[in-house]
Design a protein around this ligand. Structure first.
Ligand SMILES: CC(C)(COP(=O)(O)OP(=O)(O)OC[C@H]1O[C@@H](n2cnc3c(N)ncnc32)[C@H](O)[C@@H]1OP(=O)(O)O)[C@@H](O)C(=O)NCCC(=O)NCCS
Length: 166
């Protein structure tokens, strides 16, 4: 459930020391500081931070490519997981992107928690990228959130995998 005490704001360069500390605990192949700086320097992106008690609790990075939004990174402090931080970040992001927005992301098929989170917000798995993750050669699951996926369909998603007959 979303925790109303969470404070969502725009991510700034001043947050990056705390962001990097979370990133390194969250991922086997963490982003570098330079990758965050690059994303923050882009004018069209949406980079949000969740704070609790004025500390960084989590963040989400989203960038536009060809009229599609890519959710590039999301992570929450391991000590604050399952308290609604990621939900609050995704809800704020979806609100900023507006109705009709098309959002995609890659996720490890083994990341059941993240997949459950994304499905809760209307993302559907629509394909795979072979050997996408360089650290272990794992495929990526490609997920989309579009007007169609919100209705349980993939017909406005580019190159979706075959859907079972309904
Ligand atoms: C994935 C991640 C961002 C979720 O953050 P979070 O703040 O714990 O998520 P929330 O508390 O908002 O969870 C909302 C819902 O998502 C699902 N969910 C989240 N984490 C889950 C987990 N580990 N197992 C199962 N379901 C999970 C649940 O449905 C949950 O609702 P519930 O707690 O009422 O059951 C966090 O676990 C994380 O930082 N993981 C490491 C980084 C990562 O994998 N990022 C995604 C890369 S694609």
């Amino acid at each position: 459930m979303t925790d109303t005490a969470v404070d969502i704001q725009r991510l700034t360069y001043a947050d990056l020391v705390q962001v990097i500390a979370i990133e390194r605990r969250a991922f086997a192949a963490p982003w570098s500081l330079a990758m965050f700086v690059l994303e923050l320097s882009k004018s069209g992106g949406h980079c949000l931070v969740a704070r609790r008690d004025e500390r960084v609790a989590g963040y989400v990075i989203c960038s536009p490519f060809d009229e599609v939004w890519h959710l590039m990174n999301i992570a929450v402090d391991p000590d604050l997981r399952r308290t609604g931080m990621a939900s609050a970040l995704i809800e704020a992001l979806i609100h900023e992107l507006g109705p009709g927005s098309r959002l995609t992301l890659e996720v490890r098929p083994s990341n059941d928690g993240a997949i459950a989170l994304y499905e809760r917000y209307g993302f559907l798995a629509a394909g795979r990228r072979k050997r996408y993750y360089q650290d272990n050669g794992e495929d990526a699951l490609i997920m989309w959130r579009t007007p169609a996926t919100l209705d349980g369909r993939l017909d406005d998603v580019p190159n979706p995998w075959p859907q079972p007959e309904s």
